[in-house]
Design a protein around this ligand. Structure first.
Ligand code: GUN
Ligand code: FE
Length: 461
């Protein structure tokens, strides 16, 4: 379900992050979006749509969108998600990272060599993430080129902005699921890059991302080749770092000549400002400084870190160090494809850290919403295009609906979205209620580049 972008005035309440601690709440606002999906104006405190049309006469024949209840919010950015692992969301038992990979993950990923199966899984994960308001996702696919290319096709067709990573692993995994050599890794990565270039030459919607799975899964030669490919093509990179303690110890064993985990990537030329590092739970102070010095980005994946008992990421410390941090669902280490759930889990994890390390560790609702939008935009290198409602940015947005239970309300929202709005709360209260109680039933509609890509009432199929 898609529709082409049209000149549109969005009229109502807009909420977006200006900085980590500050949410801008604009009531009676109007945002004008052109046919290219770009925000052309943002007006505050306007009386009605007619007044807006007078101010901006190019909108005289514009479509007008006015929510009955709720507010507009920037689309969420999932900075780390394994599309291929979606069927396992919620299935991990009591496993931890390294046994989870062998017992649950490699068998599932290996099975996506079957293109019919891959098509089914990838259609579902894109539908599900869009329904949760994710307008941009940085995906890991599998080692299979045809299935990875198929994921790119699906994201492009559905209109979800996506980074598509063909998973590189020549040093770990069962025989049926690993690259035979560094040369094969490089050749297959190039194949996917060429394919994505052919379907989206300017990367309006889908962009390749170089994806060494993590240091233990890659030989030194493979990492060096991927570093050279990054220098040659300029494409971004994603990987995992310091997720759990046995993994960190394994890296020490496998790369004894390197100073630490971050240094393995740095030595290979991978630790740059276009690198997204997932987890970063157990980084040393020296590594935090190195990540900052290279301006590499971090994807915080709290649902996953709790589910796989990996540890509690010190997000405050990373933010204080000046590192750009975003949120990731890390499906299926993480059990939910929702960034709102990741935001909630980030609040919880920061409170657990605060219980032993002091109140400064606590993140606020405002901060986790920043991480899920403007912070995420920096992490994926699109800070100039997405993450907030600024003139010149793209209309990548979601309409949040709330359930108005005010006695005087004429109509309750038909979807019975699970956030009851009594009418006497302050607007910040409502946002806090949404973050702690909301889900995809609160997502009434989703747009990417001005194009409607999901609508709850029409998404039953
Ligand atoms: N480290 C290496 N591969 C993976 C993966 O698929 N998920 C997570 N969470 N960590 C990893
Ligand atoms: Fe992951």
């Amino acid at each position: 379900m898609e529709s082409a972008p049209q000149k549109t005035i969005y009229f109502g309440t807009f909420v977006h992050s200006l900085e980590p601690t500050h949410l801008d709440i604009c009531k009676n606002g109007a945002i004008g979006v052109d046919e290219a999906g770009k925000i052309v104006f943002v007006e505050r405190d306007v009386e009605n749509v007619e007044a807006v049309k007078k101010l901006h006469d190019w909108t005289s024949d514009a479509v007008v969108v006015i929510p009955t209840t709720g507010f507009f919010f920037p689309g969420f950015i999932d900075t780390h998600i394994h599309a291929s692992q979606y069927p396992n969301a919620g299935i991990f038992g009591k496993s931890t990272l390294l046994d989870w990979l062998n017992d649950y993950t490699f068998p599932l990923e290996g099975s996506l060599s079957d293109l019919t199966r891959a098509s089914h899984v990838y259609h579902r994960v894109v539908s599900r993430t869009l329904s949760h308001g994710t307008t941009t996702a940085s995906y890991y696919a599998t080692i299979h080129v045809p299935a990875t290319n198929l994921l790119a096709n699906i994201c492009k067709a559905r209109g979800q902005r996506a980074y598509i990573g063909r998973v590189c692993m020549d040093a770990m995994g069962p025989d049926y699921y690993r690259d035979e050599s560094a040369a094969e890794t490089l050749a297959k990565t190039r194949e996917t890059i060429d394919y994505i270039r052919s379907i989206d030459p300017t990367h309006e919607t889908v962009t390749p991302i170089i994806t060494p799975r993590f240091a233990p899964a890659c030989s030194t030669g493979c990492l060096a080749d991927l570093g050279a490919l990054h220098r040659e093509t300029g494409y971004p990179i994603q990987t995992h770092i310091s997720e759990n303690v046995p993994e960190v110890n394994l890296v020490k064993e496998l790369f004894p000549e390197r100073k630490g985990y971050a240094d393995v990537y740095d030595y290979a030329g991978l630790l740059t400002d276009k690198m997204i590092l997932a987890h970063a739970v157990h980084l040393t102070d020296e590594e935090v400084a190195l990540v900052k010095a290279r301006d590499a980005k971090i994807s915080h994946c709290p649902s996953s870190n709790t589910a796989l008992t990996s540890g509690c990421c010190r997000v405050r410390k990373l933010m204080d160090a000046g590192i750009d941090v975003g949120l990731g669902t890390d499906v299926s280490g993480g059990f939910s494809a929702s960034i709102l759930e990741s935001a909630r889990q980030a609040l919880g994890v920061s409170r657990f850290v605060a219980m032993t390390e002091g109140d400064a560790a606590k993140l606020s609702v405002e901060e986790v919403l920043y991480l899920g939008t403007r912070g995420g935009a920096k992490v994926v290198g699109l800070a100039d295009q997405i993450g907030g409602f600024d003139v010149g940015k793209s209309w990548d947005a979601q309409m949040i609906v709330l359930n108005n239970v005010d006695e005087t309300a004429q109509t309750h929202h038909e979807l019975e979205a699970p956030v009851d709005y009594f009418g006497w709360e302050t607007f910040p209260d409502l946002i806090h209620k949404w973050v702690y109680n909301g889900d995809d039933r609160n997502v009434g509609a989703v747009w990417v580049k001005g194009k409607l890509v999901h609508e709850t009432s029409k998404s039953k199929s």
